[in-house]
Design a protein. Structure first.
Length: 436
């Protein structure tokens, strides 16, 4: 049984950010079991904790950043790659600044200081996700695959194709991700840029503090005023980035990843898919179903009962922002007796009612609204676009537009497969059950 790990001693590192050039300092501290990896911005009036999970991702170009509200931490991938490769499950990373230090533009310094801190084994079993079903994502020529693999570790194969650029060419590398392999073959591989890209960045005021000796800048002849640490250093660094991005799944991954021309955007999309699959597997293990809320738990929140309870399960919740529920439509629905005999079609008003019930479950996520009912006040922009018939499964998504103490408004979409069956904007009054 693999046990969770943290570090024994507190360690520190400081330097300038790769993109911003601003000074920042980092303190690594041990964390309790099941705490996960958490960044803490300490340079803001009230320290902000940001979990190193897909749910914290901020959209950025050429790097990985995490955010909570308006506070973000930039360029976390090299640090997370070192944390991941050392098998550290629980860690507090305090950052005095908006971007992690670049150091030598690789993961090596992060790996070295964390290894020096010592690894402490804890008593709880570590969280793992075993890839059991293939996942594939493509963007243009780039692609990435997560595949089942008969191994209890993460295995990565990367095909980097700069075939038309003689300074890099086509590079191929594969490895089993262990702390020993990472330290020997990956950690020292540095971030790289083509010469034209470097000039564009500096013209935009990005990375002005950097010179060719600080980062690999590559022209048609190879590195400018620098040299490769490995003949295929570029593809090795791509794997470092991928390891860091995959750490946002929040658990150790067992399986095989195959990537072709993949970058942070594609890596993060795969991490999100694996995170969702891991959450689903957890729900199945805990409740025997992939539902976040099954029918029994829904009935504890909503007062509706047969034949007017029109939500079978909730499969996804994003805090107070978004919820996804499912209504399975069968021929035994009572309303099909008269709507219409011989041509059963679910009444559009009941699809809207199902959307309202899903929305009520979303608003119940806020603690102060627990025990309250979302009473429908108004409907706007209602569109019924596709007939729903027996055998259909309606997937209903509700997104919060406005949520106040006594009222709430949301935008709802009901789909059957990839087709929109209905959509509407709904407004609710939030009232105590006793007031009805």
């Amino acid at each position: 049984m693999n046990l969770q790990k943290t570090i024994k001693d507190e360690v520190r590192v400081s330097g300038k950010g790769l993109f911003s050039g601003e000074d920042s300092s980092v303190v690594f501290r041990s964390a309790e079991e099941n705490a996960g990896i958490v960044f803490v911005r300490t340079d803001v009036p009230e320290p902000v904790r940001i979990p190193a999970l897909c749910t914290s991702l901020a959209e950025r170009s050429r790097r990985t950043a995490l955010k909570k509200g308006s506070v973000s931490i930039e360029t976390v991938e090299h640090c997370l790659a070192a944390v991941n490769s050392l098998g550290i499950d629980n860690l507090v990373i305090e950052v005095n600044g908006g971007e992690l230090p670049s150091l030598d533009a690789s993961s090596f310094e992060f790996f070295k200081i964390l290894k020096r801190a010592g690894i402490l084994e804890q008593t709880s079993r570590c969280k793992e996700f075993v890839i059991r079903e293939p996942v594939s994502i493509s963007e243009g020529e780039a692609s990435i695959y997560a595949l089942p693999y008969d191994d209890d570790a993460l295995n990565i194969t990367y095909d980097l194709d700069y075939g038309e650029h003689t300074g890099i060419g086509r590079q191929f590398y594969g490895c089993r991700v262990t702390s020993e392999n990472f330290e020997r073959n990956l950690a020292a591989a540095r971030t790289f840029l083509l010469e034209a890209e470097a000039k564009q960045f500096q013209a935009r005021g990005i990375g002005k503090h950097l010179g060719p000796k600080d980062i690999l800048v590559i022209n048609s002849d190879g590195p400018i005023k620098n040299s490769y640490r490995f003949p295929n250093e570029c593809v090795r660094h791509k794997i470092v980035d991928l390891i860091g991005d995959l750490s946002l799944v929040g658990r150790r991954i067992c399986g095989r990843i195959v990537a072709y021309k993949s970058g942070h955007s594609l890596n993060q999309k795969l991490a999100k898919r694996l995170y969702e699959a891991a959450q689903k597997a957890d729900r199945v293990d805990m409740y025997g179903t992939d539902a976040l809320l099954d029918i029994r738990r829904i009935q504890k929140i909503l007062p509706h009962r047969y034949p007017f309870l029109l939500v079978d399960k909730i499969i996804d919740i994003e805090g107070e922002k978004k919820i996804t529920g499912i209504k399975n439509v069968t021929f035994n629905e009572q309303f099909f007796e008269g709507h219409f005999p011989g041509t059963p079609i679910m009444p559009g008003v009941l699809i809207v009612e199902a959307m309202a019930q899903v929305s009520g479950l979303l608003f119940a996520q806020r603690l102060e609204h627990t025990g309250k009912l979302a009473v429908l006040l108004a409907m706007d922009k209602v569109r019924l676009r596709k007939a729903v018939v027996p055998g259909d499964q309606i997937i209903i998504t509700s997104e919060t537009m406005r949520l106040r103490k006594r009222t709430a408004q949301c935008k709802c979409v009901a789909k059957v497969g990839n087709n929109i069956a209905a959509e509407a904007e709904l407004k609710f009054m939030l009232v105590d059950d006793e007031q009805l």
